[in-house]
Design a protein around this ligand. Sequence first.
Ligand SMILES: [Zn+2]
Length: 250
Amino acid sequence: MEFTPEELQRYNRQLIIPDIGEEGQRKLARAKVFVAGVGGLGSISCYYLAAAGIGHLKIVDMDVVDYSNLNRQIIHWTEDVGVPKTESGARKLTNLNPHCGIEAVQEKITHENCAAMVGDCELIVDAMDNMEGRRALNAASVQLGIPYIYGGVHQLDGLISTFIPGQTPCLECVFPDDGSTTRPKPPGILGPAPGVIACLQVIEAVKWIVGIKGLLTGRLLSFCGYDMTFREFRISRNPDCAVCGQRHSD
Ligand SMILES: [Zn+2]
């Protein structure tokens, strides 16, 4: 695969990073990434993934753009209110980088449909706003052996980790399902908080695709915007995990 002069210019500032180069750029161009949600996190992660030259993005969201989204979901603009987020997002991403193929799916991610939806992608970027959807992503990740980059935000804070099936803990090991079915109220969110977390997720995604070491595996990184600190917590596999534990792996 040869890049056009335009593409070489477009990606120049990352092509000159020794760990990326043209070989890394070709890996990005061949990659197909699943982005679950085109909201606060997804606005940012889709944008940077497309800008970085990911060949195929599958973006999934069931919602339409609402005024209450606009403090943080910066891929959507005032003129998009009432438009499906996948449509609004796909339009901006195609304008940003026509070399990036966008598959937009306007559907709710559930335990029933998740594996089929994710199956043709090689990486899952979590841009969900609820644990139910994340558990569906995690189950599909473990079932299909597809790495899953978790991200979540609350007010001025956020969390991120990279889960690689068979090597690292999964989401369920870290946040076991307590069986509660009540969905908590949407948290307050300051726009840049998902910006911070989604940017870190894309750095992880690019590293994983290109093969740059130092992934956020076995570690949960916590960002606190109140005191402007990052803290890191060691996380390990739970042998009895309901999703990836020994007794469930056969
Ligand atoms: Zn697990």
